[in-house]
Design a protein around this ligand. Structure first.
Ligand SMILES: [Zn+2]
Length: 425
């Protein structure tokens, strides 16, 4: 029986003492900035325009001198000079693969087999040599399928390149090949497990899944618990993007995602542009030591927060506690930033609320915030509850809002926690 609770891919690096880690990060930072300045014309242009030389960047704190390169702008940057807009350090023929993301934007893959860095994530999640893994990330244009596959092969697993869809066939394969590992989204894993149940294939009897790495979607703790308790599957989540590969991964403790050792990450306050302290929300910004695609301050658009206390697993890297939303959902109301995480907290702090949504509108020259609350079964609207919701929302956002109780049918665009209806023309 495999021990899926302990284990490292690169123990020395993952457990670097703090002082050594600081030195390591400084070194890769300086090398990357110098390399990008020499080899990637877009990086040089950005630094020249900001009046910054590589020697000005000695420490992570110095990075704020260099402007961000936003993920949302990639397609325009690339269009100016196809295919990579001067961001790549080698010509296309020097790459192993080129992927296409919606936009379209092009994502280069270097010739090093460690380009996407998912090995640590799989080992931390409990994958071991000898696991047969069904990889349900898409292989179609997107790097997702192959980037996870590379990591799995490098740690000694056998991969079934399943991709998405074909639910029934996927379940047959899980059974016939005695598959022990799954990589994909959490929702698709549940779809497969429900299909298996329907087909009379039960955990332990035809279904051998023990471990799963999930990404690209939120993993609710209630769902993780079901995977563990009903199906005996240890599910850990990871975070990354099609541009830069792996950025963070959960260990057995599942108390946040360890930031990959070999990248430089900042969390940036979208309002002030400053690096945030532990526990504060900021945008994930990555500087990537990669000889093919050496990105300097690539802003992912994802909002997160981090902790830097030691983790019981022994890894010494900081952890992203969770991804709380997208920068483009951050809204400014009466000069204050409001973000989806605050609405999620409101739902948590007032248990009577099933779904809450903020509607931001404008009367004359004044912003108005309306809190739409759909109550859970058994909760009844009252003035006292209305008052409690308004007060909790004020504590969270420092803004006053009007509370309106609504029915399910009145919730529009449910995936959005904040709806901005203001017109600026
Ligand atoms: Zn840990």
């Amino acid at each position: 029986m495999n021990d899926r609770k302990r284990g490292f891919y690169d123990e020395e690096q993952e457990r670097m003492p703090e002082k050594e880690r600081t030195g390591f990060v400084r070194r890769i930072l300086r090398e990357t900035v110098q390399y990008a300045y020499e080899k990637a014309p877009a990086a040089r242009k950005k630094m020249d325009e900001a009046g910054v030389q590589p020697k000005d960047i000695q420490d992570v704190a110095d990075l704020v001198k260099i402007p961000l390169t936003r993920k949302a702008d990639l397609k325009n940057i690339q269009k100016v000079e196809l295919p990579f807009g001067g961001l790549a350090a080698v010509p296309p023929r020097g790459m192993r693969r080129i992927y296409v993301s919606p936009g379209p934007t092009f994502d280069p893959e270097g010739r090093e087999q460690t380009h996407w860095r998912w090995e640590k994530a799989f080992v931390a999640a409990g994958f071991r040599p000898g696991d047969i893994v069904q990889n349900t990330f898409t292989y179609h244009f997107s790097p997702a399928g192959l980037m996870f596959e590379e990591g799995l092969i490098r740690i000694g697993c056998t991969v079934i390149p399943a991709g998405v869809g074909n639910t029934e066939m996927q379940v047959q394969v899980l059974r016939d090949l005695s598959v022990t590992g799954y990589a994909g989204t959490p929702s698709f894993l549940m779809i497969l497990l429900e299909k298996a149940k329907e087909m009379g294939i039960d955990p332990g009897d035809g279904l051998q899944l023990q471990v799963a790495l999930v990404a690209a979607e939120m993993l609710p703790e209630s769902l993780r618990k079901r995977f563990q308790e009903e199906y005996g599957i240890q599910v850990r989540q990871a975070y990354g993007t099609a541009d830069v590969g792996s950025l963070g991964y959960e260990c057995f403790e599942a108390k946040g995602m360890h930031i990959n050792d070999e990248i430089v990450m900042e969390l940036i306050d979208p309002a002030s542009g400053k690096q945030v302290a532990p526990g504060e929300i900021g945008e994930v910004v990555v500087t990537l030591p990669d000889s093919t695609y050496p990105l300097i301050r690539f802003a992912t658009g994802d909002l997160s927060l981090y902790a830097n206390e030691p983790c019981p697993c022994g890894r010494t890297s900081s952890r992203l506690l969770r991804i709380v939303g997208r920068v483009d959902q951050v809204t400014k109301v009466k000069g204050m930033f409001v973000h989806p995480e605050q609405v999620a907290q409101l739902e948590k702090k007032v248990p009577e609320i099933f779904v809450a949504q903020l509607i931001i509108s404008r009367t004359g020259h004044e912003d108005k915030m309306t809190i739409r609350a759909m109550l859970g079964a058994g909760a009844l609207p009252s003035d006292a509850l209305r008052e409690r919701i308004a007060e909790t929302a004020r504590d969270l956002t420092r803004l006053r809002g009007e509370v309106v109780f609504v029915q399910e049918s009145e919730i529009i665009e449910r995936e959005k926690k904040i709806l901005d209806t203001r017109k600026w023309d």
